[in-house]
Design a protein around this ligand. Sequence first.
Ligand SMILES: NC(=O)c1ccc[n+]([C@@H]2O[C@H](COP(=O)([O-])OP(=O)(O)OC[C@H]3O[C@@H](n4cnc5c(N)ncnc54)[C@H](O)[C@@H]3O)[C@@H](O)[C@H]2O)c1
Length: 380
Amino acid sequence: MKDLNIGLIGYGFMGRAHSNAYRQVGAFFDLEFQPRLACVCGRNEKAVSAFARQWGYASHTADWREIVGRKDIDLIDICVPNHLHAEIAVAAARAGKMIVCEKPLARNVSEAKDMVAAVEAAAVPNLVSFNYRRVPAVTFAKRLIDEGKLGRIFHYRANFLQDWTISPDVPQGGAATWRLDVKAAGSGVTGDLLAHCIDTALWHNGPITRVNAMTETFIKERVHAETGEKQAVGIDDACTFFCRFANGSLGNFEATRYARGHKALYTFEINGEHASIRWNLHDLHRLEWFDHHDAGRERGWRSIHVTDHDGSQPYMDHWWVPGLQIGYAESFVHQAADFLAAAAKGEPCSPTFREALQTQKVCEAVLASARQGQWVDVPE
Ligand SMILES: NC(=O)c1ccc[n+]([C@@H]2O[C@H](COP(=O)([O-])OP(=O)(O)OC[C@H]3O[C@@H](n4cnc5c(N)ncnc54)[C@H](O)[C@@H]3O)[C@@H](O)[C@H]2O)c1
């Protein structure tokens, strides 16, 4: 095993999820690389030093350029708000680092293209953290589709529902609410939530060619946490779009932060000629499956508990015993395992920056369509 020194930038929600993954991955997966928590970066010296102590990072800094410039750091992990992704990723690529970047890849296609160019010019291993691909039931769905079990696909529908910004008193900008500030986030639910749904959909069902969208900003002005002043809100609070896939199927997508009662409900359903698949994040270890080949009198929706160890259900043979499930955090462990295994072999690991650029293009087309009130083609 070779030590692989991790430099983590940002120690909030995702910083914790990724740190947990690096700590767990070597214990559950046999890898050539053993991640070592070498340095963590955050702007607040006191808070970042407390994080380093609690999570076992050997050092900390308040300046991301220092971490990128350190010769002993092998992998830069970008867990900061979206407006910082491009600058850090380009600098990290030039410094020859492996890069894991949180989603969405960037605020827009232009930044995303610069990032793709930088990692490809430097030929460094790169991955965008669309972690839901690595929930075993979601990976299993991909296996069933690739085996042709659904036959021709007619419909792909996905939702991502939340309810945390309904109050007009929620500010925009600043540490906890940068997602509401268009300068930091790039967009609202489109880049934040739909990007996940789009990434999974492209992976499951192939390219999206055209989109027709509507967005709404329900609360038009909010106090900015940094200035204390009321400012216009530039993000989309809700977005609904339908689309055409290159394989002839139709897509229906919705994301909102105004669905009272829903905290983080990601769902998708795929309807094919022979079978349908349904999944939801609140029951993430189960895949619902309807097979028209079943005898008529027994035909119905099955709920498959994706925990088998015989290798037919992904990832689970690395965990406990069949029947015992894992959760959200482990999707990041799988992501780290796949990325480190691919890097050791010199192979790409999906979704690469280039693959995530396509998700960014769909997001941009969705926002353009909502602005223009018409169909928009998604460029290849
Ligand atoms: N894969 C997922 O499911 C998922 C979930 C949540 C967030 N995300 C993505 O992860 C990224 C971070 O989101 P989060 O929820 O962890 O945010 P967060 O607000 O919890 O944490 C952001 C961190 O970035 C740090 N930071 C901000 N500006 C900085 C700077 N200039 N230099 C160094 N550090 C700085 C903050 O101190 C904080 O530690 C975003 O791109 C977001 O879209 C992905």
